[in-house]
Design a protein around this ligand. Structure first.
Ligand code: ATP
Ligand code: MG
Length: 389
């Protein structure tokens, strides 16, 4: 199918549905704040930025003559110091539910015109995630609940975005952490959501427990220290009724793993990515009242996570080699490979696909992602180019 979009948004209908003036919709379209998916998904429009109460990544489409919204996943703010953050953020409630924060990529799965469809954070349909969601979730749930959207993390080694081997997952699994209604985005309360997921036999993030606010911080720090040892990422702290926004808190080990990954491709990652991760380490160290020995360990670990990957990158480039990131996907339909290749290209990701290898009923495809900006920058500096200040 060609990339040319032939479907246009019904501006008056959308304006009425969203309760916005048609001129505003026109403006959002012309400023490219509302964008369109590609090919067979071009009838799915997406909000690129937050617009009044509509989160970025929200998807808007017409289901027969009706409009529907699949809300973007809300931003989760971070606790830098656990105790004061939990006590002040949740001061109006008695308990919090603490769930594991898994490290993969965010996917929303919904049924659209009877088809199971998976979106990544920005509201773009990902062909690989869609194929996997069809296999992992299927139709039964949506036959019963067409009005619900499943929000979760795609986790595991067969992962083109965030491959991780730390969870003992063979290929790729979908761990649900939220269920919301289409249109309003209203979430199900934690326990109701967990029961429903169990009923359908889907996987879900671990619930460590529900704790009273006064002892939750101590419990959370205990959990973080324990799961950090396995490089697990952290926790998301939630109001069991899902009326107050969730907050997140992460382990030093996963923080340093992020830094190692980021500094390998230091010119491809944004500066905020590095800055916030360094700040986190200092607050954690002081809040935990670390002794000198643990503090020294943290210093070494933090420094190493920054310098080692960068030095390796520079060395490689200085030897005339290119740096890249190797990932892989495992699909059952050869068509998905082709669609996913086009998908990455449209997203501006430079990648080379290897020849598919057939294993049982699946195809394993190796993908080499090129991080051109870091390659170019390093080469230039190595050849005498100056940094701007
Ligand atoms: P943002 O802060 O905008 O949500 P980010 O990628 O910077 O995005 P992260 O630090 O990864 O954010 O934390 C938020 C993400 O954590 C969510 O978007 C979701 O994909 C993921 N996540 C993993 N486990 C959970 C969970 N149990 N509950 C909620 N979110 C979870
Ligand atoms: Mg994440």
């Amino acid at each position: 199918m060609s990339d040319e979009s032939t479907i246009k948004l019904d501006i008056d209908g959308a304006a009425e549905f969203l309760n916005l003036p048609p001129s505003k919709i026109k403006k959002l379209l012309s400023k490219r704040r509302i964008l369109q998916n590609w090919g067979k998904y071009q009838h799915l429009f997406r909000f690129d930025k937050k617009v009044s109460k509509i989160d970025s990544g929200t998807v808007l489409y017409q289901n027969n003559e009706y409009f529907e919204l699949i809300r973007g996943f809300p931003k989760i703010k971070r606790a830098m110091a656990v105790e004061p953050a939990v006590k002040s953020h949740f001061s109006d409630i008695d308990t919090v539910a603490v769930e594991e924060k898994m490290n993969g990529y965010n996917v929303r799965v919904a049924s659209i015109d009877g088809n199971v469809t998976a979106f990544t954070r920005s509201g773009i349909v990902c062909p690989y995630s869609t194929e996997r969601a069809k296999y992992l979730i299927g139709h039964d749930f949506f036959n019963d609940y067409p009005e619900l959207v499943l929000y979760g993390e795609m986790v595991g080694p067969d992962n083109p975005y965030v491959p991780k081997n730390i969870y003992n997952i063979e290929s790729l699994d979908f761990f649900i952490f939220d269920i919301r209604y289409k249109n309003t985005g209203k979430p199900l309360p934690v326990h109701e959501r967990r029961k429903l997921i169990d009923k359908y036999g889907f996987r879900q993030v671990k619930l460590f427990g529900e704790y009273r606010i006064d002892n939750a911080p101590e419990k959370i720090i205990e959990i973080i220290k324990k799961i950090g040892k396995q490089e697990h990422e952290g926790v998301v702290i939630k109001d069991p009724h899902m009326q107050i926004n969730a907050i997140k808190y992460t382990s030093s080990e996963s923080n340093c793993a992020d830094l190692r990954e980021g500094f390998k491709f230091y010119n491809d990652f944004g500066r905020d990515y590095f800055f916030s991760r360094v700040i986190r380490e200092s607050f954690q160290s002081v809040e935990w009242g670390e002794n000198e020995e643990d503090f020294q360990k943290r210093c070494l670990q933090l420094g190493r996570s920054i310098l080692e990957p960068m030095s390796r990158t520079i060395k490689k480039v200085s030897e005339g080699k290119e740096i890249h990131e190797d990932v892989h996907i495992r699909v059952s339909e050869p068509e998905t490979i082709y669609e996913f290749e086009r998908h990455l290209k449209r997203m501006g990701i430079d990648a080379i696909f290897g020849t598919p290898q057939q294993t049982e009923n699946m195809y394993l495809v190796k993908i080499r992602k090129l991080n051109q900006s870091t390659n170019d920058k390093t080469k230039a500096i190595w050849n005498g180019s100056l940094w701007k200040s």
